[in-house]
Design a protein around this ligand. Sequence first.
Ligand SMILES: *[C@@H]1O[C@H](CO)[C@@H](O)[C@H](O)[C@H]1NC(C)=O
Ligand SMILES: *[C@@H]1O[C@H](CO)[C@@H](O)[C@H](O)[C@H]1NC(C)=O
Length: 180
Amino acid sequence: MVKYGAVPILVLLAAGHYGSLAESENGEFQNPWDNLTDLLGRIPLRMATPQPNFQLIGSRYFHIEQNIKQNWTTAASTCRQLGGYLAAMKDEEEAKAIIARLTPFKYYYMGINDHEKRRSFVSLASGKPAFLKWSKGEPDYVYHDQNCVSILNFNPDDEGLMVAPCSNKYTFICQKDTEI
Ligand SMILES: *[C@@H]1O[C@H](CO)[C@@H](O)[C@H](O)[C@H]1NC(C)=O
Ligand SMILES: *[C@@H]1O[C@H](CO)[C@@H](O)[C@H](O)[C@H]1NC(C)=O
């Protein structure tokens, strides 16, 4: 809550500062509020805290984060802050329903990894073996640290999971429960 409150105050401070700069440079008064949109765009993304927005997809609740990109470990802790866990899927039907809600050509982190043993993919929330719906040619290990799994809506013939370096910054999907 403190974080949400801090943003408007920062905007006010930044607007005031920006306004006085504009004045001294041009010698004429400019209303700093005219550039509020510009200012909002300059606030670093980490200031923006995602709001939990869990929706029922099939029989379970998921938050599909569309804006904030984080590495895998940070995304996992953000899901905890939102009251959930980085997500895994239970079956083909659920996978299809989730994929249908993704922005095409965009990567989203899932709570699936093979940190313990290569090619042995488990769900972060439950520790159980994960249901896997790989996209074409996956898992394709190109980089050394591809222990994390992302999901992609590429096209109907090529959609699903891909291994990804855990340090990449992607949007992500949280689930509410620890069943899967
Ligand atoms: C708003 O921002 C633009 C570009 O940063 C600048 O050219 C313009 O003078 C600003 N306007 C005001 C009213 O401060
Ligand atoms: C993710 O970012 C955090 C904060 O910058 C860093 O401490 C952590 O090591 C990173 N994790 C990965 C897997 O890159």
